[in-house]
Design a protein around this ligand. Structure first.
Ligand code: ZN
Length: 293
């Protein structure tokens, strides 16, 4: 089973100035499409569930089991990391207990000292099982599963303090936003990104990767971003392909209403999106596969 923890992979990515994609899954089709895209490109992939997606799917154990069984059924050979995206304290503990390979503890809405204390606790719990941890400093703009960020820039001193807890990767506000970017968006703040990259050695995470112009993402990757989160782009691709199928009346031709046919164009569109993004992130095929779980 190619399930792995994230630490070594992402450290290599930061050192090598490339990024690894972290794609959100919502169901079986999403899971298959993400895994197929990574396998096609022969690169490691991080497949993540938000708290909302995990609740929708039936909980962390179900998500872990579904992804693990799908990896096996599809004969996936690239390294796969099952990750919790934007977990609160309870969710992070649950995902650790369920056997995720990596968890994000998002304490950005807590007072800094409390965020720090809880990050330390999650790091201790996770590392005791070899599980990687992502923490967040500075909120990230937009809304994701009810967690709303205002898009501030991460404080460099806070980033240093959080990185010192031993987290394996660090999400930092750098002008990025979750969801679709408004027309008046100012772009990524490269000055702050440089300060953060100079201050901490841990791989940085760019959230809200969907919709940032490719050249800005490439520049951010060259500066220290090693994990790129993609969610909205896959959702839009799925919705567009599904809408086209139905608007073309294909669900009314023969057995076009069969969910296996109805969901196929959308699933294929997710895979194409995953492959396209992996292509321009420069993800390296893994030569040295970390110890398998
Ligand atoms: Zn995010």
């Amino acid at each position: 089973m190619p399930l792995v923890h994230g630490t070594e992979l992402f450290a290599a990515a930061r050192k090598g100035h490339y990024a690894i994609g972290a794609f959100n899954t919502n169901n079986l089709e999403w899971t298959r499409a993400i895994l197929a895209g990574a396998q096609e490109k022969n690169v490691p992939v991080l497949i993540q569930t938000s708290m909302g997606a995990a609740k929708y799917m039936g909980g962390y154990e179900l998500c872990k089991g579904l992804i693990e069984a799908t990896v096996k059924a599809m004969d996936i050979t690239v390294p796969v990391i099952i990750h919790l995206d934007h977990g609160n304290y309870e969710a992070a503990k649950e995902a650790i207990a369920a056997g995720y390979n990596s968890v994000m503890f998002d304490g950005h809405d807590l007072p800094f000292e409390e965020n720090l204390a809880k990050t330390k606790e999650i790091v201790k719990l996770a590392h005791a099982k070899g599980i990687s941890v992502e923490a967040e400093v500075g909120s990230i703009g937009g809304e994701e599963d009810g967690i709303i960020g205002e898009g501030e820039l991460a404080d460099v001193e806070e980033a240093k303090t959080v990185a010192a807890t031993g987290v394996d990767y660090l999400a930092a506000g750098m002008g990025n936003i979750h969801g679709q970017y408004p027309a008046n968006w100012k772009g990524l703040n490269f000055e702050r990104l440089q300060e953060l990259a100079d201050a901490v050695d841990v791989p940085l995470v760019l959230h809200g990767g969907s919709g940032i112009p490719q050249e800005q993402v490439e520049k951010a990757i060259s500066m220290g971003v090693a994990k790129l989160n993609i969610n909205t782009e896959c959702q839009l691709a799925f919705a567009k392909a599904t809408r086209e199928y139905i608007e073309a009346g294909k669900d009314q031709e023969g057995k076009g209403f069969d969910p296996r046919k109805l969901l196929k164009p959308g699933t294929d569109a997710i895979q194409a999106t995953v492959e396209e993004i992996i292509g321009w992130m420069g993800t390296k095929p893994v030569k040295l596969v970390p110890e398998e779980i």
